[in-house]
Design a protein around this ligand. Structure first.
Ligand SMILES: NC(=O)c1ccc[n+]([C@@H]2O[C@H](COP(=O)([O-])OP(=O)(O)OC[C@H]3O[C@@H](n4cnc5c(N)ncnc54)[C@H](OP(=O)(O)O)[C@@H]3O)[C@@H](O)[C@H]2O)c1
Length: 337
């Protein structure tokens, strides 16, 4: 029997709506390394050991199996629906008119839910690429970010909120220039934003901007995604779990460096959503939020270890004429066209 961590002991974050959600969730992107069965088995185990937040998405290709796990856990009385915070996301090929409702309806059906707790626009680009394709693949129909296109999709997200099908709206992989352009236009503002956050990529300006706007940051790839496919790695990438600062602090706390990445994330204030199919790992990832916190000195040491090292570069979203992935991230302070 796996260890049980009482969800009441796990710290909470309060969204701008007043709703409280766990300070950590579990990721469910098995990529091409872990099967949907492995991921859904891990979700089942994670519910039993006390996880209450799960980060799902249609493009992860496993919502139907995870939905069965949720339904079984609720039916068997392991957990109540209202105790769970479940997210899903609309993929880029369903931004068109009427398509967001269809995408959400499919996720609701697959996840066997009446409502989704937070529904995200997975990427701010409508550009299609085949899951699992090489980073060199380019879609000739790809377009740069356009405020009008983004808002047309967001209006459909707002309708889902009006209909009570989703309780929070979220954006993902945004930049400050993009947020500056769209936030004033949103009738229903996002309460959560997913962004890549780990010790070697802390995005302090974007993080502060999001928090200052009353939005809760959710950090993806919190351990630096060590199991991401080789095609998504470049020679410059830094492995967070090998950073000397992380390793040294891990030795002092007698834990795996992955756990230090998560303690840092939780104490900083973002909600990390680590992925693992291994019970010993996902148990220690949850447990680390309730014991043996990092000292202020350790937090400061990690803050100074930031390397501005983005791992999820998004090359496949590039449009004709934009050859460098930096264009996706508006690094000159303006929306890149
Ligand atoms: N919004 C977006 O666009 C977006 C983008 C990317 C990811 N996400 C979400 O973020 C989640 C997390 O990102 P990720 O899966 O890429 O990366 P991650 O959580 O940073 O890394 C996952 C890997 O870390 C290792 N690990 C986990 N816990 C560990 C522990 N306690 N000790 C040692 N190793 C440990 C595991 O490797 P081993 O299996 O080798 O042990 C696991 O495969 C995804 O699953 C997904 O839900 C969202």
């Amino acid at each position: 029997m796996a260890e049980f961590i009482d969800p009441k002991l796990v710290p909470k974050r309060t969204l701008s709506t007043g709703e409280q959600i766990p300070c950590i969730g579990m990721g469910t992107f098995g990529s091409d390394r872990f099967t949907p069965e492995q991921v859904s088995n891990a979700v089942a185990g994670a519910i039993r050991c006390g996880y209450r937040m799960f980060d799902c998405a249609s493009v992860y290709g496993n919502e139907d199996l995870i939905g069965k796990v949720f339904a079984d856990a609720i039916q068997q009385g392991v957990v109540k629906r209202e105790e769970l915070f479940i997210t899903s996301k609309v993929w880029n090929d369903q931004h068109g008119k009427g398509e967001v409702l269809l995408a959400c309806a499919k996720s609701l059906r697959d996840l066997q839910l009446d409502y989704i707790d937070a529904y995200f626009m997975h990427w701010p680009f409508p550009n299609y690429h085949r899951p699992g394709c090489s980073v060199d693949s380019r879609d000739p129909n790809s377009k740069p970010f356009l405020v009008e296109d983004f808002m047309a999709t967001w209006r459909q997200m707002e309708r889902l909120y009006d209909m009570g099908l989703v309780r929070n709206l979220g954006m993902s992989s945004m930049t400050i220039p993009k947020l500056e352009a769209v936030l004033p236009l949103c009738r229903i503002k996002p309460t959560v934003i997913e962004m890549e956050l780990h010790p070697s990529f802390q995005q302090p300006e974007l993080y502060d901007y999001v928090v200052a706007h009353g939005i809760q940051p959710i950090g993806f790839c919190p351990i630096g995604s060590p199991t991401r496919p080789d095609r998504d790695k470049t020679p410059e990438d830094i492995a967070d779990i090998q950073m000397p600062e992380v390793v040294e602090i891990a030795q002092a706390h007698h834990v795996h460096p992955a756990v230090i990445c998560l303690k840092w994330a939780v104490q900083r204030g973002q909600i990390p959503i680590p992925f693992s199919i291994h019970e010993n790992e996902y148990v220690s990832n949850l447990k680390c939020t309730i014991e043996d916190p990092l000292t202020d000195e350790e937090m400061e040491k990690l803050r100074r270890a930031d390397k501005n090292c983005r791992l999820i570069k998004g090359q496949v979203f590039l449009w004709p004429g934009a050859n460098d992935w930096h264009a996706l991230w508006d690094e000159n302070g303006e929306i890149t066209k």
